[in-house]
Design a protein around this ligand. Structure first.
Ligand SMILES: [Zn+2]
Length: 80
């Protein structure tokens, strides 16, 4: 979950799974974080609803380790 000041400045990011507070400095998130913001559509039970959450890297690894089919992984050649 994310907390913004004046609806703009990021002040706090907390992992929804474990409750760990991630490092935010001057409005910039300085730790790896997986942010999910999903708009449910017509074919789902939550049509018209939006949900969002954040996961720290450790919780993301725990979640994906339980996948029957592993996540697809590739190395990026260019990083900005
Ligand atoms: Zn976590």
């Amino acid at each position: 979950m994310r907390v913004y000041e004046n609806e703009k400045q990021l002040v706090k990011v907390v992992c929804n799974a474990c409750g760990k507070e991630l490092l935010v400095e001057n409005g910039i998130l300085k730790e790896e974080c997986i942010h999910v913001n999903h708009d449910f559509g017509f074919f789902g039970a939550k049509d018209g609803e939006s949900e969002k959450f954040d996961l720290c890297e450790a919780c993301y690894e725990k979640l994906t380790a339980g996948f029957r089919i592993p996540v697809e992984r590739r190395e990026r050649k260019e990083m900005l």
